[in-house]
Design a protein around this ligand. Structure first.
Ligand SMILES: Cc1cc2nc3c(=O)[nH]c(=O)nc-3n(C[C@H](O)[C@H](O)[C@H](O)COP(=O)(O)O)c2cc1C
Ligand SMILES: Nc1ncnc2c1ncn2[C@@H]1O[C@H](COP(=O)(O)OP(=O)(O)OP(=O)(O)O)[C@@H](O)[C@H]1O
Length: 205
């Protein structure tokens, strides 16, 4: 088990390694861990605390869009995990998103999720999963108690997304991009203990 931030212990796993008798789970690429992602993480940790069960973040490396050559990653895996760890989940699962993984169907993914016995799954409206994006948040809802969060928007009504941040960065609007990530303040308040990330490397070998 790796150490997270401050006194919080965060355990890192590969997909399929973790089995739990109860949990609250959130799932996503979480590239940039922007304000929308942060809302999902906060709600997940709060729900897990209310239910007295572990909070689990399930993510992918590389982010699917990066794997398919449709985007450049906003951060490295280490940086993403550091950001996620500041929210102090109990477990983070990192799936190797590769040519084998993408052949898994939505049903395969649901079966893997069942190993976590989620009391609640929390995702955003546009969450998709499984080969060729066959699974939707609504499908998830047919199998698990699923909370679908409304999309976090900027002041001008635009949806906060990793794609939007990439686009702002490409246009040279770094300050606007940072505002959507809303990240500087959180990072400076939370000194990083890199042993958590070293632990992930060990599990990965
Ligand atoms: C088992 C599995 C298989 C996937 N296969 C594909 C795929 O074939 N094509 C694709 O574009 N995305 C695939 N994805 C990625 C999803 O479309 C999606 O990007 C991912 O679940 C993260 O959700 P998010 O983009 O909302 O963060 C797969 C995801 C999972 C969990
Ligand atoms: N603005 C948002 N408000 C609420 N939930 C969000 C928001 N953006 C993403 N999510 C949710 O966070 C999880 C991870 O999403 P994902 O990593 O695909 O983010 P994204 O910003 O939509 O990425 P991209 O722009 O590259 O498609 C998903 O469950 C998604 O529905």
């Amino acid at each position: 088990m790796g150490k997270g931030f401050g006194s919080t212990a965060v355990a890192f796993h590969r997909d399929g390694e973790l089995a739990l008798t109860a949990s609250v789970v959130t799932i996503g690429a979480f590239d940039g861990v922007h304000r929308g992602h942060q809302e999902l993480l906060r709600q997940t940790i709060a729900a897990a605390q209310r239910r007295c069960v572990p909070a689990v973040v399930y993510t992918f490396d590389p982010p699917p869009k990066v794997y398919f050559g449709q985007a450049e990653a906003l951060t490295s895996l280490d940086e993403k995990l550091e950001r996620i760890a500041t929210f102090a989940p109990d477990h983070v699962i990192v799936a190797d998103f590769n040519q084998v993984y993408i052949r898994r169907t939505a049903a395969d993914f649901l079966a893997e999720l069942q190993l976590l016995h989620p009391r609640e799954v929390i995702v955003g409206e546009d969450f998709r999963f499984g080969s060729c994006k066959g699974g939707t948040a609504q499908l998830l809802r047919q199998h698990f108690n699923t909370r679908i969060l409304p999309q976090v928007r900027c002041g001008n009504g635009e949806i906060v997304s990793s794609s939007r941040i990439r686009s702002l960065r490409r246009s040279g609007l770094a300050a606007a991009a940072s505002a959507l990530e809303n990240w500087r303040d959180i990072v400076t308040a939370s000194p990083v203990n890199r042993s958590s990330l070293a632990q992930l490397e060990v599990i990965n070998q």
